[in-house]
Ligand binder design. Sequence first.
Ligand SMILES: Nc1ncnc2c1ncn2[C@@H]1O[C@H](COP(=O)(O)OP(=O)(O)O)[C@@H](O)[C@H]1O
Ligand SMILES: [Mg+2]
Length: 256
Amino acid sequence: MIAFESVTVRYDMVTALSDLTEDIGSGEWVGLIGPNGAGKTTLLRAVARLLPHEGEIRVDGVAVSSLSPKRLARLVAYVPQQPELPPDMTVGQYVLLGRTPHIAYFGFETGEDRSVCGELLGSLDLATMAERRLSTLSGGELQRLVLARALAQQAPVLLLDEPTSALDLGRRVEALELVDALRRERGLTVLSALHDLTLAGQFADRLILLGEGRAVSTGKPDEVLTEESLGRHFGASVRVMRSDVGDLIVIPQRVR
Ligand SMILES: Nc1ncnc2c1ncn2[C@@H]1O[C@H](COP(=O)(O)OP(=O)(O)O)[C@@H](O)[C@H]1O
Ligand SMILES: [Mg+2]
């Protein structure tokens, strides 16, 4: 569904992503992990065509560089880590923005647009807030709202940049469970940067560990989340353990 072929992204002097070749299958959830500055955001922004790249990125077989903005928005929904949130906009108006690629130029939203948005607000626990202004929402509510807007786009590819960083423990799992449920229901392909390595291992089918712009390890969570590899690339001592239900747990270890 997403194919990277020798993809390199440079900012003036810095090569933030080097020669990435990778295939992400339809319906797959791939987690991007790696230390700060490894290139996770850069990779996501390149797919959303917010940055120019060398090499080729194809979504559903088509080079993103050849798509019109509207066709790209129907294929790819991107949730940045710090989205723009106009303080005076209402929750209802904001979610409806996700429908823009489906609404004709100068057209009005339809009943379907409104029902898609209403349903998403409900499943993200925001149904009672439709009239509230964004300036009155908590960090967690805003994060769920941003997710709702992206899901309203109904694009088959969802790009998420650390979607749970402002959520508390319960809400984190809840938001990722929702993404997972929608993925199964609608066959969404998910590519997400995930800060929390334990959550990354629980939700992603496959992980790409980036180090200094290169994919240094790729595979199933138990192949990538190893003490040796994480220690080397995060520059920290970590323990990887297994919970009684078989999930991997990654915890930093104090240097004593
Ligand atoms: N706008 C920019 N101009 C110059 N360098 C940038 C810019 N954005 C990111 N970088 C650099 O690119 C590298 C990768 O950054 P980023 O993709 O944000 O990493 P991550 O999301 O993994 O923390 C870093 O070295 C960062 O400093
Ligand atoms: Mg980032």
